[in-house]
Design a protein. Sequence first.
Length: 329
Amino acid sequence: MRRGSLLVGLGLVLAVPGSAQKSDALAPVFAPAQAKVRAALLIEDGRVTAKRYAPGYSDANRFISWSMAKSLTALLVGELVADGRLQLDAPAPIAEWRGDARRSITLRHLLHMSSGLRHIEVGTPVENSDTNQVLFVAGTKAMAARAISRPLAARPGAQFSYDSLTSIILAEIVTRTLTDSRDPRVRAQAYRTFAEERLFRPAGVTSAFLEFDGAGTQIGGSIIHMSLDDWGRMGRLLLDGRGADGSQVITPDWLAFLKTPAPTKPNYGGHVWLSPNGLTSMRGHLGQFVFVGQKDGRSVILVRLGKTQDDVLNPVQATLERIAGDLLS
């Protein structure tokens, strides 16, 4: 399809960027100092106003979530809460915790990253980090089992500790709620079907590829792949909970919980990040971002995907917050 033509997407008109105006909207995102951006998308008031790829990337690519997956996991938990199958402030339904002090850990604690479970997210050297060991070394066959087996290091709810294994526990809770099977294929299919029926299909997402460990648990803190446009569609769910046809997919109550600051971390909600200028975001390792916000009848969704090292990431985040915030001011 020619540049400047129109596609149908997000349940709305998706304009492929071609004009100077649209290109300029994302020019700051692609400035040299922004360090290896691969793709970006800007949606204003429900309409795509700018979209751009770095050389070598296109609509044909799926982009890894890294920790943006955490926010999708939280949306799935919310669907089970809405169904009455999970309760936010009840003890987390983990049988392995019933006989000790971990039985007081709730879904709220897990979603706020305040479970109290012992954890090292980034260690020295980095390969000794708990997360890296579980995801890439010794825990790949049963990630949730490793995550669940950790002892308490603090009272649940007492302190914030960013913990990717917490999100794997949440994905395991979703799976156990959906099926009693221990067959990895059955477990993975139950999760995949639920995500498709409750998130992806209503949102109009068609490219989502979920990865699972050897036990059939979705790697809910780190690894989901999706196209640029589909990351924009997930941003729409985080923005107002509405799907491609405008119907309510995520309940307003759950969105309000996700976007309310955690007691132990003012810029963190329920597996989403909160900016001082009122934006909410999914954030992932190496510079994956989906920022959303709405004010006075206006809305913005800004997606940025790339491979940016931590030591140069702060200016990238600041640029995105400024762009999205200015559009709402």
